[in-house]
Design a protein around this ligand. Structure first.
Ligand SMILES: Cc1cc2nc3c(=O)[nH]c(=O)nc-3n(C[C@H](O)[C@H](O)[C@H](O)COP(=O)(O)O)c2cc1C
Length: 115
């Protein structure tokens, strides 16, 4: 899986579990099949939040719409054409503890009532 996603997926080599999230177009919402992309992102984020609650660390490894990664994951797992790799989430026990406010948080980018 790490080879398929290239250098940004290095965490996969050291993690405990990697989960490949897939979209199944045969089961996508018929009036708007593209919702599969949003559903995949929600599934990934929910896994990350649930893991966090258990003290398990994770990192999201972007796959779709980087089609070179999508095709390599598809070949690796022998996926049918209607099943599309969305993201990989690597899970493991954190090597460091996060403390305090996120360093990228910018209060000026949060708007209330109006822009
Ligand atoms: C769509 C998406 C794709 C990502 N792809 C990668 C990736 O390929 N490799 C990686 O190390 N992290 C990847 N990340 C994780 C980010 O680098 C970052 O660790 C994560 O969004 C949490 O960042 P923060 O704690 O700085 O907000 C991705 C995150 C998102 C949302």
């Amino acid at each position: 899986m790490a080879d398929a996603n290239g250098q940004p997926a290095e965490p996969l080599r050291r993690c405990d579990v990697g989960i490949l999230i897939l979209g199944d177009l045969d089961r996508a919402f018929p009036p708007a099949k593209d919702y599969w992309v949003i559903d995949g992102a929600i599934a990934g984020q929910n896994m990350i939040l649930a893991a966090e609650g258990l003290g398990i660390g994770s990192v999201w490894l972007g796959t779709w719409p980087q089609m070179d990664r999508v095709e390599k994951q598809r070949k690796l797992f022998l996926l049918p054409d209607t099943v599309i790799p969305h993201s990989v989430i690597a899970f493991g026990y954190p090597a460091e503890e996060k403390k305090g406010e996120h360093p990228d948080y910018e209060e000026s980018r949060v708007h209330f009532e109006q822009w």
